[in-house]
Design a protein around this ligand. Structure first.
Ligand code: 5GP
Ligand code: ZN
Length: 137
């Protein structure tokens, strides 16, 4: 399996590593939205959010929080986004699960402005019913 993130984990590819422990590694994104754009990934190759086990997710989100604090303290952005793209349609290009930490500034070029839809008569309930029927927590 070809995975650039596994190559970074295995030190077969170089990266600006910010943090590393037994199960997690974090490094700068090579094509940042803003400078300091960071990726946080599990060392085990999971393709996406749905197959990432809860225990790993908990560790990963805690490290993501701590690194967000380090980014805010060191780079002083005006805000930051935590993003995870899942599936090609959602913009995922590396199929090894990762959180993006994106430092943000009020007048930066990064915009997420969807054309918002409206639910037609009753369709909101229909969508909710479909999802509720699938909830198995
Ligand atoms: P995705 O599009 O899957 O949500 O995010 C993948 C991210 O990985 C992209 O933002 C891309 O710039 C970054 N990326 C891809 N290849 C490399 C690489 O070789 N090194 C680093 N540091 N980042 C990479
Ligand atoms: Zn991988």
């Amino acid at each position: 399996m070809n995975c650039i993130f596994c190559d970074i984990i295995n030190k077969k590819a170089v990266a600006e590593i910010l943090f590393e422990n037994e199960s997690i590694i974090s490094f700068l994104d090579i094509r940042p939205v803003n400078y300091g754009h960071t990726l946080v990934i599990p060392k085990t190759h999971y393709e996406n959010f749905l197959v990432l086990p809860g225990k790993e997710l908990c560790e990963l989100i805690k490290v993501t929080k701590d690194l967000s604090g380090a980014i805010v303290n060191s780079l002083n952005p005006e805000g930051f986004n935590i993003v995870t793209n899942n599936g090609t349609a959602a913009g995922q290009s590396v199929f090894h699960f990762h959180f993006h930490i994106i430092p943000r500034f009020k007048y930066d070029d990064f915009r997420f402005r969807p054309k918002l839809k409206e639910y037609n008569n009753g369709s909101m309930r229909e969508f909710a019913d479909k999802i509720r029927a699938a909830v198995a927590i």
